[in-house]
Ligand binder design. Sequence first.
Ligand code: ZN
Ligand code: FE
Length: 256
Amino acid sequence: MPELQIELIPVLRDNYVYLIFDPATQACAAVDPAVAPPVLAALDRLGWRLTHILNTHHHHDHVGGNLALKAATGCTIVGYGPDAARIPGLDVAVKDGGTVTVGSATAQVIEVSGHTLGHIAYWFADHAALFCGDTLFSLGCGRLFEGNPAMMWASLGRLRDLPPETRIYCAHEYTEANARFALTLDPDNAALRARTREVCDLRSRDLPTLPSTIGVERATNPFLRADVPELQRAVGAPTGDAVAAFAEIRHRKDVF
Ligand code: ZN
Ligand code: FE
């Protein structure tokens, strides 16, 4: 299977737009284009023609470039069907369990509500790549704007269960701040300390900390570790109550 080429485009303050290019067919998808001009510039530089937009959720910093890109390229916009009224230019409605085809590559659609209702992730299983929007960040997770802790914990669990080698492409560069917070809860976690050193080094050179992998996040991300007794103790949640621990970790991060 020919490898997909994945290009990371930093936009706005801390967003990433990803371009997914399939050399076999020349198909190219933009994931969560917050704005159009830097995406068009990248396409131009790389000599790729945009065929698809994949939206993970309706927030403006993820769909803001939809209409301009569609006008410029005629691309097809894919997103969560029931959110059609909130996703500009939606052409192809998908939902949990569905699939999306970009050239010769296929992504499975995984609903991961919590940050918003109807947030989806795109998992290219054959290419070990996950585009998870604002649900899972490296060492963090999205704020709960529309969902509740139980819902988000279940959503993150679905992503945590993916193969450990899966590369995760998150929509924001929040990793360094997330690491500072994670260390307050989990200071003795050697994997977290090692990842933090790596992250600080990358950021000091203005390099992205993404993609991370599911395996790394499983070992280091406190929001994926709310069912670990040490984390539950660290936030004073009853032992065995992962949702209570997750809710407390999320609350502490909100006010960190
Ligand atoms: Zn968002
Ligand atoms: Fe966002």
